[in-house]
Design a protein around this ligand. Structure first.
Ligand code: DGL
Length: 274
């Protein structure tokens, strides 16, 4: 059952943004909730990955890229489908845009509600793991449970390759997430937050290589629902075909272009960022 009233005919235009392919996992939740919604996609391919960039570099980059994209695409809502970006620069991006901005942050609250053992894992990028925003989320919603965190940029790369059909051995996924479970208390983790939008792309591979059964949780559906709530208040009719915007030449990103196409976004073009 959905609590979104589709009879309202949501027809506004949403621009979903990430460093690479991860945001497609949010875009697909949006399109599953409201199949005829107008969604465009943008990847900051010229600055990928975000997970190991310095805060200063991302703080300088994100508002500039967001503004350039919104000025060009003219969406009704801008979705930062990236935990690494949202936990650092959501407010800075809001400050430069005159449309609603929806951010994506780790799904800690639902993970705490779901955990039986009181030990949850947080799998993210190193950037997200180190953020004050993430520490605040934990203090606000998970003070009474143990939260074990592990940040991996390698898993971001593995997800991009695997999503494009690359034959990565399962062992690589086992090794990439193993430190989470090898940490003190890790054997009791029963719920893992996939706090990077790339990771749901390889949920099956991660599930197949955990040392013991766990439940994986991500923010995808919650972000999609929040986007629709915001859109409801600000939408305007729009029948334009979906577009993909990259911040570097599409010809240099065959994998990304191909995976976007598979998710329903073709016709990739470049937005030159100065
Ligand atoms: N997809 C992004 C996230 O949710 C990060 C991937 C990257 O490191 O660029 O954090």
């Amino acid at each position: 059952m959905t609590d979104i009233d589709q009879s309202k005919g949501l027809t506004g235009r949403v621009l979903v943004f990430d460093s690479g392919m991860g945001g497609l996992t949010i875009a697909r939740e949006l399109m599953a909730l409201v199949p005829d919604i107008s969604v465009d996609y943008a990847a900051d391919s010229g600055f990928f990955p975000y997970g190991d960039k310095s805060d200063a570099a991302l703080q300088a980059r994100l508002p500039m890229v967001a503004k350039a994209l919104v000025d060009t695409v003219r969406p009704d809502v801008f979705v930062i489908a990236c935990n690494t970006a949202s936990t650092l620069a959501l407010e800075a991006v809001r400050d430069v845009l005159d449309i609603p901005v929806v951010g994506t942050v780790p799904a800690i609250k639902p993970a705490v509600a779901q955990s039986q053992t009181g030990v949850i894992g947080l799998l993210a990028t190193p950037g997200t793991i180190g953020r004050a925003y993430t520490a605040r989320l934990i203090a606000d919603f998970a003070a009474h449970v143990q939260v074990i965190m592990y940040g991996s940029v390698e898993l971001v790369h593995l997800a991009e390759i695997q999503a494009a059909g690359g034959a990565i051995p399962l062992e690589a996924f086992r090794a990439a997430q193993a430190p989470l479970f090898e940490a003190d208390g890790g054997a009791a983790i029963d719920t893992v937050v996939l706090a990077c939008t790339h990771f749901p792309l390889v949920r099956g591979e991660l599930a197949a290589t955990v040392p013991h059964p766990v439940t994986f949780i991500d923010s995808g559906e919650a972000i999609a629902r929040q986007t629709l709530r915001v859109l409801d208040a600000s939408s305007v009719p729009c029948g334009a075909p979906p577009q993909v915007w990259l911040t570097s030449a599409p010809s240099a990103h065959h994998r990304l272009v191909e995976v976007c196409r598979r998710f329903g976004f073709s016709d990739a073009r470049q937005l030159v960022i100065n």
